[in-house]
Design a protein around this ligand. Structure first.
Ligand code: UDP
Length: 237
């Protein structure tokens, strides 16, 4: 696989073309942003950890029947993935109250829900990613009704699988964000990343935050927290 020109640079990743028109190469950066892009910093080693963690989880999800964009890990920071059109939706699943759920609805963090929740936001930096319900998504034609149902059913299945993988390594999966893409032949697949940047991960015993909240909230020890998660995950499998 040969890397060609850069086609996109996001907050945490760059995307390059490859010698195969159906495949792009994702390169994970150490850059961290929070608070709607206002807070910027570096979490040293994060790119390599997020790359390896995402790939480990995507391979396991794929084996469990969830279609993903994953193709092949190329090196520490870079992975070949299927070229897809990303649906402009952030899909957020929550098992325990935290972050915006707690602040928006005025409840404490740490309430364990009887059933997971799902919410969507519109991937649009200029509009600050506003919340969307199913009807808004269809009115804006962000995807079809069938695609939306599929995204929802994948998201809840992914939650059950990820909750199990995390429980096995002593971590409670509090909440996380997913993105889905569409292949040229119309298949909906899981895309983007699954990492401590995009998940809230609390140690099951101590409830220590092992995720980007260490950076968002200036708790210190972000590097160590990311290393802790990848170490537990790699020892497991
Ligand atoms: N999240 C994300 N990207 C975003 C917004 C949220 O990865 O642009 C993740 C976040 O890490 C957390 C979950 O989605 O695991 C829920 O985030 P929340 O809505 O509480 O917002 P946050 O407090 O993270 O801004």
């Amino acid at each position: 696989m040969e890397k060609r020109e850069q086609i996109y640079e996001g907050k945490a990743k760059k995307v390059f073309a490859s010698d195969d028109a159906d495949i792009v190469i994702v390169s994970y950066k150490d850059d961290a942003t929070a608070l709607d892009g206002l807070k910027k910093g570096i979490i040293t080693g994060k790119g390599a950890i997020n790359n390896r963690m995402t790939n480990n989880l995507m391979r396991r999800l794929e084996a469990a029947g969830i279609p993903t964009h994953y193709v092949k890990e190329l090196n520490d920071r870079e992975t070949a993935v299927k070229k897809v059109t990303i649906l402009p939706l952030e899909v957020i699943i929550r098992n325990i109250s935290a972050g915006h759920f707690a602040s928006r609805y005025g409840v404490e963090e740490g309430i364990v829900f009887d059933e997971p929740t799902i919410e969507f936001s519109y991937k649009n930096d200029d509009l600050h990613d506003p919340l969307l319900n199913d009807h808004h998504i269809l009115a804006l034609k962000l995807c079809t009704k069938e695609e939306l149902e599929l995204v929802k059913s994948y998201a809840f299945r992914i939650n059950e699988l990820l909750k199990g993988y995390m429980k096995d390594i002593g971590i409670d999966l509090v909440d996380f964000k997913l993105e889905f893409g569409k292949t040229p032949d119309g298949q909906i697949v899981l895309a983007d990343e699954i990492s401590p940047d995009t998940c809230r991960l609390w140690d099951s015993m101590t409830h220590d935050h092992l995720d980007k909240d260490r950076f968002r909230r200036d708790l210190g020890g972000a590097e160590e927290a990311y290393i802790e998660v990848i170490t537990r995950l790699m020892e497991e499998k």
